[in-house]
Design a protein around this ligand. Structure first.
Ligand code: GLA
Length: 643
């Protein structure tokens, strides 16, 4: 394998730099050591984002078998199942109690009559899942990582279907029962999907009224929403990891989906994509515009954290309710289109028995579904962002010239938006062809830029084809589904201050308002720095690239490309202007090339590395200072793979 390393500006130092030892951190303990592996979770069945229906946004805990089956029937009869909506998920409310003789969970058969089989104090969901499977669908169930559920934590006297019996009987969550419960739900009852919530490890601390009143036993709390430092991140990761192990064990055919619901807390950014298929990025969505923005924002800058097998989950769809009902079709379409672009799970949360045709059309928009289900699994990247307008671009399939673009007007005044070929990384001199995915109309081809009127709260979505600006290759930031920040350099998890702060689903406007808890501030980003600034090294801007902190390791899945190129350096936006950083490129664990030690102000250094024949590329940015408290911002400018 031929290694070529060129130094754009300081050729004189080239030889000595190649010989300069990189700070010694070798050995097992070195988190930046190349592994030659793609570490994203690929167990289960989530090569594309799961689609389906859930009882929660439609019915809360007032769920019944009839309601679930009616929606399942509608999904089949309406053709939505054929379009990919396969999972029929029962959320909170299904349980009656945990049998004390052997710890077996009991279904509330009054609301799920088909589960009343096997005699007194017996129940089984098998007839229900058989029915769902006979319809060509898949069945999902719900549990909690702790001893108790969210409805037990936050429900009141009027909440229907709370578990019954003694304190021990009402301990329906997985804590202490994980293996037995997962075996029951998957091997015996035949479910295909589980959402595991986290209220049981968050809301039953010693000071909780539900505990002091004697209603529930104390546990933790292991999650503190207000403070990631007071959250036992390692324990939460371990408990979810144990569930993942049981899922693998009791699903030898691999036919399961594991949905982690820790709402972005517990620093899930750093680990959930190696543990489960879905990971919630925020607290619950509500049918209000502001709350939808909160949930959107919690995932919108996280494209590099979503991949085939493991996706960002900004929560289930609320299309059909409140600000997204049939009287607010602009808002409903925006919500749906944005979730499609984000490669979010498309889980309908609506009572489909009463769905008017306009809403069914939104759910059934085949073009948007195809964007969401695109096998390349690239979550859309923000190409333009203000509080008023956002432009999201999603690369589609294997053809890097094929994209989808969504132009979202977040505000209440119409906007004239200029969409440029640059936003799409297309050549300015060549025709760009847009097809409107709502109207199916092809727009006249344009060169350079086009002006588009976007109504308040509207999202225009287009299929796009053009000539790529980068000939013969693809920027890494165009293929986030193949780039994983396995170590992103964040050592002090912090909430992202740019997330829209919607009214809390639980507290309303009591208190001071909720801050986002997704500790994603400083995580790697496509085309901007970890803190959202334009990429720039020593005065040279880069419209494309990966922005990340030093002491990081990116994994990149190769697909027959010949060469990797990038202009690397410490980003001009860094607050730390002294620490030197060395950039290294590995192929299947072998060092292929590295830069000199670069500081703030050093001109970008050009790395060109031959990568033919390798499967996994790793891009390591290693600072001379361990611990990373300086949060040195680095840029892999124009990082690209060439055919
Ligand atoms: C939590 C979850 C919701 C839902 C409820 C059920 O709030 O985030 O999605 O499952 O619990 O009680």
């Amino acid at each position: 394998m031929k290694l070529k390393l060129r130094l754009a500006t300081c050729g004189l130092f080239a030889v000595s730099l190649l010989l300069t030892a990189v700070p010694a951190m070798a050995g097992d303990a070195d988190p930046l050591a190349a592994t030659g592996r793609w570490s994203v979770y690929t167990a289960g069945r989530a090569a594309t984002p799961p689609m389906g229906w859930s009882s929660w946004n439609a019915f809360g805990t007032d769920v019944t078998e009839a309601r679930v089956l009616d929606s399942a029937n509608t999904i089949v009869a309406s053709g939505l199942a054929a379009k990919g909506y396969l999972y029929i998920n029962i959320d909170d409310g299904w349980w009656l109690k945990r049998r004390q003789s052997d710890g077996r969970m009991q279904v509330r058969t009054v609301i799920f009559p088909s589960a009343a089989v096997g005699g007194k104090d017996e129940s089984s969901f098998r007839p229900f899942t058989d029915k769902i499977h006979s319809m060509g669908l898949k069945a999902g169930i719900y549990s909690d990582l702790g001893r108790n559920s969210c409805s037990q934590a936050y429900g009141g006297p009027s909440t229907p279907n709370l578990p019954e019996g003694t304190v021990a009987e009402r301990e329906v969550g997985l804590y202490g029962h994980a293996e037995k419960d997962i075996k029951l739900y998957f091997q015996d009852w035949g479910f295909d999907f589980i959402k595991v919530d986290g209220c049981g490890v968050r809301a039953f601390g010693p000071d909780s009224g539900k505990v002091t009143s004697g209603q529930y036993r104390v546990l933790g709390p292991m999650i503190d929403f207000q403070s990631v430092n007071r959250t036992d991140v390692a324990e939460i990761k371990k408990l979810y990891g144990e569930v993942a192990d049981h899922l693998k064990r009791y699903n030898p055919d691999g036919d399961f989906v594991f949905s982690i619901c820790a709402w972005g807390s517990a620093d899930v950014r750093s680990w959930s994509r190696t543990v489960g298929n879905l990971s919630r990025t925020s607290d619950d969505i509500t049918p209000s515009w502001g709350r939808m923005l909160t949930n959107l924002d919690s995932a919108a800058t996280r494209a590099l954290y979503a991949h085939p097998g493991s996706w960002n989950d900004p929560d289930m769809l609320f299309v059909g309710h409140g600000d997204f009902d049939e009287h607010h079709l602009t808002e409903a379409r925006s919500h749906f289109a944005l979730w499609a672009m984000l490669s979010a799970p498309l889980i309908i949360g609506y009572d489909l028995r009463k769905a008017p045709p306009e809403l069914m059309e939104i759910f059934g928009n085949s073009e948007l579904i195809a964007i969401n289900q695109d096998p390349a699994g690239n979550q859309a990247v923000l190409a333009y962002e203000t509080d008023d307008v956002q432009i999201f671009v999603k690369s589609r399939g294997d053809d890097p010239a094929h994209k989808a673009v969504a132009i979202f007007n977040r505000g209440t005044a119409a906007q004239e938006v200029t969409l440029s070929a640059d936003h799409l990384k297309y050549a300015a001199g060549a025709d760009v062809q847009l097809t409107d995915l709502w109207t199916k109309a092809a727009l006249p081809a344009f060169k350079g830029e086009v002006k588009l009127r976007v109504e308040p709260r509207q999202t225009l979505v287009f299929d796009a084809r053009g000539m790529r600006a980068l000939d013969g290759g693809v920027y890494l930031s165009e293929m986030p589904g193949r780039v994983n920040p396995a170590v992103d350099g964040v050592v002090t998890p912090q909430a992202d201050p740019f997330i829209h702060r919607g009214v809390s689903p639980w507290a309303g406007t009591r208190g001071r308002g909720d801050l986002p808890m997704y500790a994603g501030w400083g995580g790697a980003q496509a085309d901007v720095t970890p803190y959202g600034r334009s990429l720039q090294i020593a005065g040279k801007p880069f419209a494309s690239g990966i922005g990340i902190l030093a002491n990081s390791r990116l994994e990149v899945r190769l697909s027959g490309e010949r060469r990797f190129t990038a202009s690397v350096g410490v980003d001009d936006s860094t607050l730390d202007t002294s620490t030197p950083v060395t950039f290294q490129v590995y192929g299947d664990g072998k060092l292929l090339g590295q830069s000199s030690a670069l500081r703030f102000g050093s001109a970008p250094e050009e790395l060109t590395v031959e990568v033919a024949g390798y499967k996994i590329l790793e891009l390591v940015a290693r600072s001379t200072v361990s611990g990373n408290a300086e949060r040195t911002v680095v840029t892999w400018g124009n990082a690209a793979l060439l055919k």
